[in-house]
Design a protein around this ligand. Structure first.
Ligand code: BTN
Length: 236
């Protein structure tokens, strides 16, 4: 069977918009859209995602599988592995629920959007934004970083093949994180052991297999957070 296509654009509103259009016209699982620039890139929680030239602005279509909280963690694991296979000096961690971190700063993020036909899942569009050699807007510095400011120079195009292979190889029928994925996540878990002050107080204590974040209170009580962001020492 022919490989699903990788569609490249110089400028789009959002690669997520384009992948939803392709999906609505019947594009197969694994179809990819990459753009050099997005004019209306979106981030999680309704934020704008600045997407100038030089970054990787990428979306992939997933059909089948489950749209659960674990998905963006699985995507993060696949992407981090793919980048480190190319650039062994890169040491990436994952900050629940959807951030890729290089040291203390955010280098990328994942945004999953499901579309439904009645009660049935029609498809999932997975968006990935990675700061590679793009300029970062003043308002996101010092919390953000681009790969090329700390690592050997990379072109965003060179990441498309390895990341696509890793994402197309993700298991589609599993619910939640497998034992192997939980082990791999534990090694990359940026939040583990950090003090969480919102929405509950406690210490981040890993994730459940369904992707929920575990926060251990001072009294030892465990709270599992399903979605949203956490505040750690004044940061979200
Ligand atoms: C986050 O807030 O961390 C998620 C950011 C996701 C950004 C990517 S860039 C490619 C795709 N298209 C979008 O409009 N957003 C995602």
């Amino acid at each position: 069977m022919a490989e699903p296509e990788i569609h490249r654009f110089s400028q789009v509103s959002s690669t997520l918009d384009v992948i939803h259009e392709f999906a609505g016209r019947g594009a197969p699982h694994g179809t990819v859209v990459v753009a050099e620039e997005q004019l209306a890139g979106r981030g999680s929680r309704g934020r704008t995602w600045h997407s100038p030239l030089g970054g990787l602005w990428y979306s992939i279509l997933l059909r089948g599988g489950v749209a659960d909280e674990a998905l963006s963690l699985q995507v993060g694991l696949a992407v981090a592995d793919a980048i480190e296979a190319m650039v062994p000096e890169a040491s990436l961690s994952l900050k629940w629920p959807n951030d890729l971190m290089l040291g203390e700063r955010k280098v990328g993020g994942v945004l999953c959007e499901a579309r439904w036909q009645g009660p049935a899942l029609a498809w999932i569009a997975v968006g990935l934004g990675l700061n590679v050699r793009n300029q970062l807007p003043d308002e996101v510095v010092p919390g953000a970083v681009a790969l090329n400011s700390v690592l050997p120079p990379l072109h965003p195009d060179s990441l498309v093949g390895p990341i696509t292979r890793a994402l197309r190889a993700m298991p589609r029928d599993a619910t939640g994180l497998s034992a192997d994925e939980l082990r791999r996540f534990e090694k990359r878990d940026w939040l583990r052991g950090r003090e969480v002050i919102e929405p509950v107080e406690g210490t981040a204590d890993g994730v459940e297999s369904d992707g929920r974040l575990r926060v251990r209170g001072k009294d030892g009580e465990l709270t599992c957070l399903r979605s949203g962001s956490v505040v750690i020492g004044g940061r979200t």
